[in-house]
Design a protein around this ligand. Structure first.
Ligand SMILES: [Zn+2]
Ligand SMILES: [Zn+2]
Length: 137
C-alpha cells in the first residue's frame, strides 16, 4: 500500500469532523478504509501532517493530544465533564499580544486560548441525575 494513500486517508479523517479527534479515534475511523493500518502508522502520518502545517495539535495537560483540521486561528472550549473540545466562535484577541509584549519585551509569535466549562449536554445529564436522585429518595 502506498504511504501517500495512508496520508490522504488520515488527513481526510481529521478534516471530516469538528470533534478534534484523538489518534485512537482517527485510527478506528481510518481502519474502515485501510483495514491493515496500525496505530503507529497513524501517529507517524499525524506527526508529518502537523509538521507540514496541514493539521494542528490541540494539547491539554492531562489529556490525549487531539488533532484539528481547522488550521485557521481560533480558540477552543473544553468540557471538564466529558472532555469534548469544540471551536469557540469568538474572534481572536490581538490586543493580548500587545499587552504581553509590553509586559515582557518578548517578541510575540502567537497565543492560544482554551476556555473550560460544562457543555449543555453534561448540564442536562447532571440535572436529570439530580432529578432521578430526588425521586428515588
Ligand atoms: Zn460535556
Ligand atoms: Zn479547533
Amino acid at each position: 500500500m502506498r504511504s501517500s494513500r495512508q496520508r490522504d486517508v488520515v488527513l481526510e479523517t481529521v478534516r471530516s469532523t469538528f470533534e478534534h479527534p484523538t489518534a485512537e479515534w482517527i485510527f478506528r475511523r481510518a481502519r474502515k478504509r485501510l483495514p491493515r493500518v496500525g496505530l503507529g502508522t497513524i501517529y507517524r502520518n499525524l506527526k508529518s501532517l502537523v509538521d507540514e502545517g496541514l493539521i494542528r495539535e490541540v494539547r491539554s495537560a492531562d489529556e490525549a493530544v487531539r488533532y484539528d483540521g481547522n488550521i485557521g486561528e481560533h480558540y477552543h472550549i473544553r468540557c471538564i465533564s466529558c472532555g469534548r473540545v469544540s471551536d469557540l466562535p469568538v474572534s481572536v484577541d490581538r490586543a493580548i499580544e500587545q499587552r504581553a509584549h509590553h509586559a515582557t519585551n518578548y517578541a510575540i509569535v502567537g497565543h492560544e486560548v482554551e476556555v473550560h466549562g460544562v457543555c449543555p449536554g453534561c448540564q442536562r445529564a447532571s440535572l436529570s441525575d439530580r432529578e432521578s436522585f430526588s425521586r428515588a429518595s
